[in-house]
Design a protein around this ligand. Structure first.
Ligand SMILES: [Ca+2]
Ligand SMILES: [Ca+2]
Ligand SMILES: [Ca+2]
Length: 681
């Protein structure tokens, strides 16, 4: 999620101020003004937002799949009932043992929980005062066989069963593979990519207005089957990992209000009402498993978007929390995050600002989880591990990670790695300052003595510099000037570099954008150090301004689409040009270890050009960018990359123009508006 954006309570994924990103203001002063304006605008919204929130709560949750349990129904005279068990299953021999169950129900006061199978032992029972939630630990013997292990729940007024099972572990050789710089990630918003199953577009009870392709904030029908149907397309493009925006179950209803962002829905998936269920509009667990298995069979990894910082306001917990301190505050009384994010970095931050940024709700519609309560931390860590174990995913993208305590980030990272050593998690730290982003990546200790152990962070600083450079707003040397701050990272090769995402304007809709600029930006993202990530539709130069315009349907993915741009015949000449360009740079990266893992060496930088080498033990690749509209002849220090006089160049991609080495200098002629890669022989 984008910090400092003016976000409606109802459109969970922000409603940006005009110009908040469109201007891509380089100066920190300008950015501060934008942030302040955004904050004030958010404050103005708060009254309206609170009213809407109240209306929503009064109206009840008639459309959600989960029904809240009214506290008053917890009469001690009635028999106990169980409506939800989290996690519903676990594994023998797991690094988390005992596992802690959270059971939702009614009349749970004075409960005892018994296991009839000696392979599972219960302990640590805790029931909340309303008798609506129960925590119990299960110690699972290492030799326990997969199968059903129901528990008996007994109160003075009756008894019931807590369903629970042990799963067969998925093979570690073909799952949980992690993400490395050998991968190219492709971000998909399932609702907007392809509709492969029209039967799930209108779940029972959901209002018709929630599914409306003419409304950019409604569901459009895209789903997991749609992704399965286009795995071949993604394989052709050459990407190796798919990041899907959250597939947790979200509310099926439609929010109404008199603001421009209504009516709206949670089509983006960031407002979970069930951390243990698949969004019914996207499919079900079987379809998700099928997607992951089929993707793996093609050599495509899967990254789940997890959101531990907050849940949706329609989550049953909001009216009936398992513990009084489950959230930071309540629906009626909580802080709003003022997004003074620098308080998370600065050793000099005052406690009020720091706590507001950790505890404040992202907006009134996103209750903030309290990970400093051990039961919450344990619940969320188990939830992260359950998804990995049950689906076999390879990586996690963790939303809004900086708004959670750093100690919790480390505990989560440690728990993931303890069970799945190769598993990878990238955190969204939406900041343009590398001092800030690098503070959150693992592998080094911050001033607070903490190493988050986080595998990766997104490179918002370099993304920002690249957009500015390739739309002509800053000199090309700004790329090199940003990259010098790699000094702050323990291993710059582990940063996740990206072309764009679902929270940012698409390149082609930026001021100063040209098709050539978009192509250079893509080439830069795919050739610079790090793990590159693309956003669906970038490969056909899709347009899109701020959210939700940047989440348009992929043409050809939906019934009745006029053109199918998954096929070359459906693409315009310009779209095909960008598509082939993207495919070729991905292939180049796949074919050359130096582009994946090699050291990055600055060779030349000025207003219009940036030239660097990527060098490993086996080869040296020179990557050259010239954004100017004229041919440019430059010389680079040949000796510094081991080139000898007379060394020959092979053009790998881009225009072939003379290049040679004499007197210790390599002379390159860069075609106008070009990105080229050369291999030194
Ligand atoms: Ca569908
Ligand atoms: Ca749903
Ligand atoms: Ca938080």
């Amino acid at each position: 999620m984008r910090k400092g954006s003016l976000q409606s309570i109802t459109d969970g994924r922000r409603f940006a101020l005009p110009g908040a990103l469109t201007s891509l203001a380089a100066s920190r002063v300008q950015l501060s003004i934008i942030e302040a304006a955004s904050w004030f605008a958010a404050r103005r919204l708060r009254t309206a937002a609170s009213l809407l929130m109240f209306t929503a709560l009064c109206a009840g949750f008639t459309l959600g799949r989960e029904q809240p349990v009214p506290a008053k129904s917890a009469s001690r005279s009635a028999a106990p009932a169980v409506s939800k068990v989290e996690p519903p299953s676990w594994w023998a021999g797991h690094s988390i043992n005992p596992v802690r169950l959270l059971v939702r129900g009614t009349n749970l006061q004075n409960a005892r929980v018994q296991s009839s199978n000696a392979a599972v032992r219960t302990s640590g029972l805790l029931v909340n005062t309303r008798g609506t939630y129960l925590f119990v630990s299960l110690t699972i013997s290492s030799g326990a066989r997969p199968g059903s292990y129901p528990l008996k729940l007994i109160t003075p007024d009756g008894a019931t069963t807590i369903p629970f099972s042990l799963e067969h572990p998925l093979a570690a050789s073909t799952h949980f593979q992690g993400i490395t710089s050998a991968d190219v990630i492709y971000l998909i918003m399932p609702d907007r990519f392809a509709d492969g199953d029209e039967s799930n577009n209108a779940p029972p009870g959901a209002p018709a207005a929630a599914n409306d392709r003419k409304n950019a904030r409604a569901y459009h029908g895209g789903d997991l089957r749609g992704v399965i149907n286009h795995l071949g397309y993604l394989k052709q493009l050459g990407v190796t990992a798919l990041w899907l925006t959250p597939w947790y179950d979200n509310w099926n209803g439609v929010n109404t209000c008199d603001k421009p962002w209504c009516p709206n829905t949670y089509y983006h998936g960031y407002h979970a009402v069930d951390y243990y269920a698949v969004e019914d509009r996207f499919g079900d667990m079987a379809t998700l498993r099928e997607l992951i298995e089929k993707a793996h069979a093609l050599g495509l990894k899967i990254i789940q978007d997890q959101v531990a910082n907050h849940v949706g306001s329609r989550h049953p917990w909001v009216s009936d929390p398992p513990l009084d301190n489950w959230f930071h505050g309540t629906a009626a009384s909580h802080q709003l995050n003022k997004f003074r994010n620098s308080a998370l970095l600065s050793p000099h931050a005052n406690a009020d600002e720091f706590r507001n940024t950790i505890d404040g709700w992202f907006n009134d519609d996103l209750p903030d989880m309290n990970q400093e309560e051990p039961e919450v931390a344990r619940y969320e860590i188990q939830n992260a591990l359950w998804w990995v174990g049950i689906t076999g995913i390879d990586g996690i993208r963790q939303d809004t990670i900086q708004y959670m305590p750093r100690k919790f980030i480390r505990e989560l990272s440690d728990a993931l790695h303890r069970q799945y050593p190769k598993l990878w998690m990238v955190g969204e730290v939406f900041e343009r300052d590398a001092a800030h982003t690098s503070f959150f990546i693992g592998g080094h200790q911050g001033w607070d003595g903490l190493d988050t152990k986080l595998d990766s962070v997104f490179d918002f600083p370099l993304w920002n510099a690249s957009l500015l450079a390739f739309t002509g707003k800053v000199p090309m040397r700004a790329l090199r000037d940003q990259l010098k701050y790699d000094a702050l990272y323990p291993d710059p090769g582990k940063i996740t570099t990206f072309a764009n995402n679902h929270d940012t304007m698409r390149f082609m809709s930026l001021d100063g954008a040209t098709l050539e600029g978009a192509m250079l930006h893509l080439a830069f993202t795919l050739s610079v150090r790090g793990i590159p990530q693309l956003y669906y539709g970038e490969e056909i130069a899709m347009e899109g301004k701020d959210d939700p315009d940047n989440r348009r349907d992929f043409p050809g993915g939906f019934p009745g689409d006029a053109r199918n741009k998954f096929e070359p015949t459906g693409r315009t000449r310009e779209e095909e040009r960008v598509w082939e360009w993207t495919r070729d740079w991905i292939k180049l990266r796949r074919d050359h270890s130096a582009l994946r893992d090699g050291r990055l060496i600055d060779l030349y930088y000025d207003d219009d050009a940036y030239v660097f080498a990527r060098q490993d033990r086996s080869e040296t690749i020179i990557v050259a960018f010239n954004r100017s509209g004229h041919e440019k002849k430059i010389t680079v220090p040949a000796g510094s990359i081991g080139l000898k006089n007379g060394a020959a160049f092979t053009t790998l991609i881009g225009t072939t123009l003379p290049a040679h080495v004499t007197n210790g200098e390599a002379t390159l002629t860069l075609a106008k508006t070009s990105a080229s890669a050369y291999r030194m022989n």
